[in-house]
Write a protein that binds this ligand. Structure first.
Ligand SMILES: NC(=O)c1ccc[n+]([C@@H]2O[C@H](COP(=O)([O-])OP(=O)(O)OC[C@H]3O[C@@H](n4cnc5c(N)ncnc54)[C@H](O)[C@@H]3O)[C@@H](O)[C@H]2O)c1
Length: 252
């Protein structure tokens, strides 16, 4: 798989799965924009990418703010020349029974996990449509395919991301743009660390691991491998698809 000279924006690229995606795309030749609200983390990943001989641009951007996202895409085109690949990876979650949650909590989940994806897709699509070329990969979750206890609104957002992926794929295929979705199962990242700090989260993590045919969590780089495939020319005739990277926990 060869991504030489391609420019990839990775949201939430400072940590966890996003950082692994940055490293993986750079390994296969891409110039990478790790974008995050955590600027030091984005800078650290950008340094790693540069040490691999690629160009990198670390950006502090909050994906929930449309004006910041629009400005970010302009800056990337100004500095890096194009946007060839967009990976919508940034996400957030906190376990809670739905009955105990508040509208403010729902708004935060929806803003990051669903509206953030819409903001980034709309901003990056304009230049992709003009060039009649592009790859968009949305990071969903198996919670959005199969449901997941104490993640009702998060699951709704991820289910929304999966449905959005399919519809957008239909709309932009005429411009030679692919839109696909990768759904990680439980993956060893800082986010999972926060979830496991809650006794309910620790119990669920243990149960999921026991129910997974491979009997372990995913490594971030394993999720990144699926993203690499959808970012590469090897997937040029694949669009609107959802691929789980969950050790066989979900088969659909
Ligand atoms: N870890 C898992 O078990 C798991 C399972 C299924 C799906 N996912 C999904 O994978 C993606 C990555 O998760 P992770 O586990 O690596 O999370 P993480 O918390 O370890 O990393 C997410 C990164 O996104 C950044 N971020 C959060 N809000 C942002 C915002 N508004 N704007 C820009 N950046 C923002 C964070 O600062 C962080 O660096 C998420 O979409 C998550 O929902 C994770």
């Amino acid at each position: 798989m060869d991504l030489t000279g391609k420019v990839a924006i990775v949201t939430g690229g400072g940590k966890g799965i996003g950082a692994a995606i940055c490293r993986k795309l750079a390994k296969y030749g891409a110039n990478v924009v790790p974008l995050d609200i955590d600027e030091p983390a984005a800078r650290s990943v950008a340094s790693e990418v540069e040490s691999m001989g690629r160009k990198a641009l670390a950006l502090k951007t909050d994906i929930t703010d449309k004006s910041q996202v629009d400005a970010m895409v302009k800056q990337v085109i100004g500095s890096m020349g194009s946007v060839d690949i967009l990976v919508n990876n940034a996400g957030w979650d906190k376990l809670a029974p739905f009955i105990e949650t508040t509208p403010d909590f729902w708004d935060k989940l929806i803003a990051i996990n669903l509206k953030g994806v819409l903001n980034c897709c709309q901003a990056a699509l304009q230049p992709m449509i003009e060039r009649k070329s592009g790859k968009i990969i949305n990071i969903g979750s198996d919670a959005g395919r199969a449901g997941s206890s104490f993640e009702a609104v998060y699951s709704a957002c991820k289910g929304g991301v999966i449905a959005f992926t399919k519809t957008l794929a239909r709309e932009v295929a005429r411009y030679n743009i692919n839109v696909n979705c990768v759904c990680p199962g439980l993956t060893d990242t800082p986010l999972l660390g926060q979830i496991k700090a809650d006794p309910r989260g620790a119990k669920i993590t243990e149960a999921v691991q026991a129910a997974t045919p491979f009997r372990r969590l995913a490594k971030p780089e394993e999720v990144a491998g699926a993203v690499l495939f959808f970012a590469s020319p090897e997937s040029d005739f694949i669009t609107g698809q959802t691929l789980s990277v969950s050790g066989g926990l979900t088969m659909m």
